[in-house]
Write a protein that binds this ligand. Structure first.
Ligand code: ZN
Length: 367
């Protein structure tokens, strides 16, 4: 990691040098003389900021909408002017059935055509099929955005170790929604994500973690299933760590747009800090498709951080569908969370259109 840290610094210095050189070369040029590729890749980057490298990993997710949500998150990160964003996709792509209607799309498989990955040959499969050649170079990035989901194929030991070593040595990872469903039988991954749901997780995975009505954080080791949610609706997010860089300046309560509210997550919860919770109503958050299950009556952690070795993880359990990610609360916490994972600080201001306790705020994504 020592070597890769310096190579990362070296890469950044080189990149800043090249960007400056490019700016000098372009002074006085007519816009036509700028290569469209270069113009596109540097557009929007903040001239005075250290440009960081983000990597989105995807390809296998029970939420079939993932080809679109990956592009949405890429766009949101690029909008900050702080990141360049690459995508590493598994060669065998699986779009699972857990999604809702996407506007203008008849078959969810159209999304892979609508949002393709240039220069990557992929094969759509009906059930997850491991890709033995999948080998993202985590060390080349300041932060990894994890957009995998339930039933993602088991990684090779080498790849598992690569992610572990990357984070242990000071890397960053943002965990999005169903990425907490992946790899329940991988103990190190459960430590990285703090809490998870489904994926074979159970009482052995660790305690339920929640805030009680008195505002006290509880660790409950009692037996029970791991992961549930009710129908989708708008719900209030309550800030629990207003002093954390990701949360500074955000309202103490804000209304999140239509989404699933994950509850009953369990995990090692080591070195974990809860940033925001939402209340799982006993009746309101019970799944209509399973009358035996109710909501928890607990304040469930939906935004939290984990210190993993020298690395930083931001777990964002929001983001079931495209419309959930259009919430300015989701966008802002993704952007700030990624910056914090990559650098340990947040320089972005809270946007003026951030939701209030009573009003959702949505930015329609243009695609
Ligand atoms: Zn979901």
């Amino acid at each position: 990691m020592f070597i890769s840290y310096f190579s990362k610094v070296k890469t950044d210095i080189m990149k800043n040098y090249l960007l400056s050189l490019l700016a000098l070369m372009c002074m006085g040029c007519s816009p036509k003389s700028v290569s469209p590729t270069i113009a596109k890749s540097t557009a929007g980057l903040k001239a005075d900021a250290k440009i960081m490298k983000a990597l989105i990993i995807d390809g296998e997710n029970n939420h079939g909408v993932w080809p679109m949500t990956t592009m949405m998150m890429k766009d949101y990160l690029e909008q900050t002017g702080l990141f360049t964003v690459d995508i590493e996709r598994t060669a065998n792509t699986w779009q699972g059935p857990h999604h809702d209607k996407v506007e203008g799309i008849t078959d969810i498989k159209e999304l892979l055509v609508k949002y393709p990955l240039p220069n990557k040959k992929t094969v759509a499969v009906e059930e997850p099929v491991p890709d033995p050649d999948y080998a993202p170079d985590f060390d080349n990035y300041d932060v990894v955005i994890n957009n995998m989901g339930w039933k993602a194929s088991t990684w090779s030991t080498a790849l598992k170790n690569k992610l572990h070593n990357y984070l242990e040595g000071g890397g960053g990872m943002v965990v999005i929604h169903a990425a907490s469903n992946s790899w329940g039988d991988w103990p190190a991954y459960n430590k990285m994500i703090g809490l998870g749901g489904w994926g074979g997780r159970n009482t052995e995975s660790g305690p339920y973690v929640y805030y009680d009505d008195k505002g006290s954080l509880q660790y409950d080791k009692s037996e029970g299933p791991c992961g549930s949610h009710g129908p989708q609706y708008e719900y209030v997010m309550d800030t629990r760590a207003p002093d954390h860089p990701i949360m500074q300046g955000l309202p103490m309560a804000w209304l999140h747009s239509k989404d699933e509210l994950y509850d009953r997550l369990r995990g090692p919860a080591e070195n974990m800090r809860v940033l925001a919770t939402s209340y799982s109503d006993v009746e309101g958050n019970g799944p209509p498709w399973d009358k035996k299950v109710s909501g928890t009556g607990r304040h469930e952690p939906l935004l939290f951080t984990i210190d993993y070795g020298k690395g930083r993880v931001f777990h964002n359990a929001l983001g079931h569908m495209d419309y959930s990610m259009e919430c300015v609360g989701f966008i802002t916490t993704l952007q700030r969370g990624a910056e914090w994972c990559a650098s340990g600080k947040v320089t972005q201001a809270v946007p003026a259109d951030f939701p209030t306790k009573d009003m959702v705020s949505v930015r329609k994504w243009k695609g």
